[in-house]
Design a protein around this ligand. Sequence first.
Ligand SMILES: C[S@@+](CC[C@H](N)C(=O)[O-])C[C@H]1O[C@@H](n2cnc3c(N)ncnc32)[C@H](O)[C@@H]1O
Length: 234
Amino acid sequence: MRMKVSEALSGIRVLDLFGEARIATQPKVPVPVYGERIVDGLRIWDPHRSKLAALLTKSLLAGGLAGLVGVLNLSPGSSVLYLGAATGTTASHVSDLVPDGLVYAVELSPRAIRDLLGLCQARDNIVPIFEDAFHPERYASFLEPVDLVYQDVAQRNQAEIANLNVARYLKPGGTLVLMIKARSVDVTADPKEVAKAEVEGLEGVDLISVTDLRPYHQDHWAVVARKSSAVLKQ
Ligand SMILES: C[S@@+](CC[C@H](N)C(=O)[O-])C[C@H]1O[C@@H](n2cnc3c(N)ncnc32)[C@H](O)[C@@H]1O
């Protein structure tokens, strides 16, 4: 296998795989979760399958990966609230980045959570929470304040869900990564305008970047923001 590992940032490896720039991590147990390639113990992220992989890959290609990783500010012991974990494709990547921390993975679909539970048996730092992210008070007993809120719920009220969870659980100075799926908000409107309105609907955070995830994901935007208030709502 012709593979060159050229850089490592906070657990994120940058690879040149047959001339293509790729993001990878080195998990405790190098087993594929969704069919991704494992080479020399490294999981090679698929930007077509994971929006976080797409965001990191686009930042890498634009020369901004170090800046983005700095903003995410994850360390091995960080805690993450992951809203819309589905079967755990991207949650497993986040789990690689915080091997000594915790990923609180909230998911509403019984079918998805069943697969997620299987993933949690192989990864002891993912806590599955079968709940509705629109009601963050319902999982208060499971959670501590977190360093990062990652949201990918493909719902109509994406900004509202983010606001509720950021206010309640994100530490002051912590980071929000919000994946906006414009067509889940309104299929008839201009996707760009929908995304803009969702971004404008965010509260209590300072906007850092908005990234169009094409060519990996059509009509999806990745929003990165930092919690501005010094007060955690109880
Ligand atoms: C696009 S998929 C998430 C994909 C996943 N983030 C990944 O990259 O591996 C959106 C998920 O959000 C879940 N979801 C939608 N609304 C939700 C809510 N209110 N609370 C929790 N999960 C929700 C859906 O069931 C679905 O599994």
